[in-house]
Design a protein around this ligand. Structure first.
Ligand SMILES: [Zn+2]
Ligand SMILES: [Zn+2]
Length: 578
């Protein structure tokens, strides 16, 4: 499929035409055609072969001819001729807000600027400010935009993007012009990092909805504002985009803007095979809209059951859905407890009592306290003697929390020589033992795998926490033979954690999928260091769902009695099922 390739050339042609000062309507029509071809949902080369290029909305004779020319000869003469008339760097420069085509040409020609790095240097040296019709004020603005571009293009962790989106949703919900609202795009699919923060609204008064959006208190700057869409920059320098659609198209738009692109392409192929047309406005038979108001309608019109956004990645979900099946996924409401939490006795910042209360409020049946063992000096890890005292204190709290079983445990460190940081006697006396690696992260993969497997072979170890050690955007995680780890988990009957801290999400969704395929028992824990972190569970559950995990493979969906039997099953000593 060569759609993206064709679209990018048409976009380049539009850019060059703009640099050369050609008719802006023609420039806009090339950009529009590029966007439509990119989102077409069927291969542009097939469309061309069947002589249907003219049928694509926004593609007229002249653009169709250029697309055909490119597909058959590999070049577009009109583009090559124009390219030779502009400096290549001007194409990059014109994309920087505040520069535009004229200044881009000027900067490239007069200053010999060849890249964004060159531009930044020329700005800092004051050379740009000296150009005609620029001046210090404009130059300072361009420099500011440059630094903003680099921070804006970064993908954000789901947790950060989600709270920004939710803040905007809360604001907009107060407007009477907003009928339905939801974050769309990768936020709705709960991807671990987020690029675009898209919000979708249905309204019969789009101007009022746009006005409500651009005047939210969190808005620092309005980047763009049109009839049905707008973009703003928040005070935290996050870009948030809004789209407003009529109620009858809300489901289709939600489906379209949730993506993923690959999932949508599959759906559009399916629509075409059924003689239908699917786009962001609805599902159409000829000119008649047969679905569009709800997502369920849209999927049903294609002969599919509704699919959870977290699995819309074209990794087999559409094929399964065609057989009327949707993989059974664990849900937040299935979670009955949390088996990894810290208190202020080590690096946590709230007491056992505060956490127990938070667990009670969350409606949990159990909560495990698993502070760090001694080896983790920086966090004030506890000695076995200190743990025994803490466990006594926790047990004495129990009568005040009749609805939540407080479990006494430890997050025991796995030394580089594979030893555990606590004695077997002590571990056997704990209700829950979580084992993890926090040191010697640079060791080779075989070594880390051996460390984790040795821990799993200890009959007292119930859970391997944050198994790969990655920190999103900070470090990739230590080397690890994931397959060997998962096989050992099955063999030893050890649960593998999905750590719900937004910077960890460890295991990630792909690894969860591999674990599910092997029937590994998973556990979703928040690793809460403060009582306010128990709700982070949603991010762990989302990661589990993205990895197609069913609830019966998630240990902490089990009722207390079953959980205790599972915990007692591996280590035979020191535990009773009741
Ligand atoms: Zn840890
Ligand atoms: Zn921890």
């Amino acid at each position: 499929m060569r759609n993206a390739e064709v679209a990018s050339l048409l976009n380049e042609l539009a850019d060059v035409m703009e640099l050369l000062g050609e008719d802006r309507y023609r420039v806009a029509s090339y950009r529009d055609a590029a966007m439509r071809i990119d989102h077409l949902g069927e291969a542009i080369e097939d469309v061309a072969r069947e002589g249907r290029l003219d049928d694509i909305h926004g593609v007229g004779k002249s653009i169709a001819a250029k697309v055909s020319e490119y597909l058959s000869t590999g070049r577009i003469a009109a583009l090559e001729e124009r390219r030779s008339r502009v400096p290549a760097a001007a194409l990059t420069l014109m994309k920087v807000p505040g520069i535009g085509p004229r200044r881009a040409l000027l900067i490239a020609r007069e200053l010999g600027v060849k890249s964004i790095e060159d531009l930044e240097q020329a700005l800092r040296e004051g050379k740009v400010a000296q150009l005609p019709r620029v001046g210090t004020k404009v130059a300072a603005h361009i420099l500011e935009e440059l630094s903003r571009i680099s921070s804006r293009s970064q993908r954000l962790p789901l947790g950060v993007a989600m709270s920004a989106a939710q803040e905007a949703v809360r604001e907009l919900e107060r407007s009477s012009a907003v009928l339905e609202i939801t974050p769309a795009g990768s936020i709705r699919r709960m991807c671990e990092t987020i690029g675009d923060k898209d919000i979708l609204v249905s309204s019969t008064k789009p101007e009022a909805a746009i006005a409500a959006f651009t005047t939210m208190p969190l808005v620092k700057e309005v980047l763009a504002s049109g009839e049905t869409r707008a973009s703003v920059l928040s005070h935290a320098d996050l870009q948030i985009d809004l789209r407003v659609v009529p109620p009858e198209s809300y489901g289709a738009a939600l489906q379209y803007f949730t993506g993923s692109k690959e999932h949508n392409i599959k759906l559009r192929e399916l629509a075409i095979r059924r003689g239908l047309k699917l786009n962001e406005y609805g599902v159409f038979r000829e000119e008649t809209r047969i679905a569009g108001q709800t997502e369920e309608d849209v999927y049903a019109a294609l002969g599919l059951p509704w699919l959870p956004p977290e699995i819309r990645e074209d990794t087999g979900e559409v094929e399964l859905a065609l057989q009327g099946q949707v993989p059974p996924l664990v849900g937040l409401a299935d979670m009955r407890g949390d088996l990894h939490a810290h208190t202020n006795r080590t690096d946590g910042s709230s007491t056992a009592e505060q956490k127990a209360r938070a667990a009670e409020t969350a409606g949990y049946e159990y909560l495990a306290f698993t502070d760090h063992s001694r080896a983790l000096g920086v966090t004030g890890g506890l000695t076995e003697e200190e743990f025994r005292k803490q466990h006594e204190e926790i047990r004495s709290l129990q009568p005040r929390f009749p609805r939540v079983r407080l479990l006494c445990g430890v997050e025991v460190d796995i030394h580089v020589d594979k030893r555990l940081d606590c004695s077997d006697d002590f571990l056997a006396a704990c209700d829950v033992v979580v084992a993890s690696i926090h040191s010697a992260l640079e060791q080779p993969a075989e070594m880390q795998t051996a460390r984790l497997i040795a821990a799993m072979e200890n009959p007292n170890v119930d859970i391997i926490a944050h198994p790969t050690g990655r920190l999103l955007g900070k470090r990739p995680g230590y080397g690890l033979d994931l397959t060997a780890l998962l096989d050992a988990a099955v063999r030893t009957g050890t649960a593998i954690e999905i750590n719900a801290q937004p910077e960890r999400l460890d295991l990630n969704a792909d690894a969860v999928r591999a674990a599910v395929e092997r029937g590994v028992m998973l556990v979703i824990n928040t690793d809460a260091h403060h009582q306010s972190q128990l709700p982070l569970m949603r991010f762990g559950v989302a990661t589990a769902r993205r990895g197609w995990a069913p609830s019966d493979l998630v240990l902490n969906t089990r009722p207390l009695g079953e959980l205790l039997r599972w915990l007692a099953r591996k280590g035979q000593t020191g535990r009773s099922p009741a």
